[in-house]
Design a protein around this ligand. Structure first.
Ligand code: 1HE
Length: 266
């Protein structure tokens, strides 16, 4: 059994993992419940991101069926008291941190409903691709609850406090085009084309020097939160560590000896 097959065997039925070259694909596979995220699925996501085979250099996250994810499984919400509610939210924080600050970059392909906890999950990825069918909402307000999967932290950094406030207070839905215009996604493709685009990007990411991917994932978001003078200091350290790596030296040599790729227009 290959490493990805043995990982797949440990995942719940609501998730499916496969590997294409250096890219591991994690598919939400609970379309009959619109990929709603129950505890079993959230724990499975954690297992996936903490057990990635060594040969994996990037991840593609996508969903089966008509929708990326309907968010929190509302049928599990009823019985929780305050303490259990806090623990549940902290569980999501722990798991989504393992996506954002895990081992490899994650490309999320979004389509259909990307709502509530589904949008929070998407926000933990590093690159987001939307198909035109995608739409975004935070229906927590209308359900009498509040985001609990890190949405208050990640979403304002992506779309701003004002937009998130509007979404939560008025139930506003944003279209795929809106999401693209506001920077929530950085690629917008026709329906049915998201997986191929996401795979192309994930393969490109996987071909980067591992230390560069580390720096972009781990240092960039932290530097962006620092005061500028601390940020410059950490950036200088990160830059010097990255450039001292043998992989960087080999790539620079390739370019200088006319073997490396040139930057091209898209
Ligand atoms: C669900 C869920 C769910 C669907 N939990 N079971 N999220 C929401 O408030 C979104 C709720 N869902 C919807 O608004 C709609 O289902 C969709 C727009 C996503 C899709 O509509 P549609 O017509 O394709 O599907 P459906 O008929 O509404 O649902 C199909 C089944 O999925 C149905 O179950 P069935 O047994 O009757 O077939 C639905 O009950 C089930 N289903 N969504 C449980 N979310 C860490 S805090 C995060 C807080 C949140 O995420 S709050 C936002 C929750």
């Amino acid at each position: 059994m290959s490493p990805i097959e043995s990982l797949r065997a440990r995942l719940p039925d609501s998730l499916y993992a496969e590997q294409q070259g250096p890219v591991a694909v994690l598919r939400l596979k609970r379309a009959h419940k619109r990929n709603a995220l129950n505890d079993e699925t959230v724990l499975g996501i954690e297992m996936f991101f903490t057990s990635l085979p060594e040969s994996v250099a990037s991840v593609l996250l996508c969903g089966d069926g008509e929708h990326f994810s309907a968010g929190l499984d509302l049928s599990e919400l009823e019985e929780r008291d305050i303490r259990q509610g806090i623990e549940h939210s902290r569980l999501w924080h722990r798991v989504f941190e393992k996506i954002q600050f895990g081992k490899v970059p994650v490309v999320a392909v979004l389509h259909g409903a990307v709502v509530g906890g589904g949008l929070e999950l998407a926000a933990a990825a590093h690159v987001r691709v939307a198909e035109r069918s995608a739409y975004y909402a935070l229906p927590e307000g209308s359900r009498g609850i509040y985001v609990g999967g890190g949405g208050s932290v990640r979403l304002p950094r992506l779309i701003g406090v004002a937009r998130m406030m509007d979404m939560m207070l008025t139930g506003r839905t944003y279209s795929a085009e809106d999401g693209q215009a506001m920077g929530l996604t950085t690629y917008l493709v026709d329906d049915g084309k998201g997986f191929a685009k996401g795979m192309e990007l994930a393969e490109r990411i996987a071909a980067n020097a591992p230390l560069t991917n580390f720096a972009v994932m781990q240092a960039l978001p932290r530097i962006a939160e620092m005061d500028p003078s601390s940020g410059y200091a950490v950036e200088a350290l990160m830059a010097s560590i990255a450039q001292a790596d043998a992989e960087a030296k080999a790539r620079l040599k390739d370019f200088l000896e006319k073997r490396g790729p040139k930057v091209t227009r898209s």
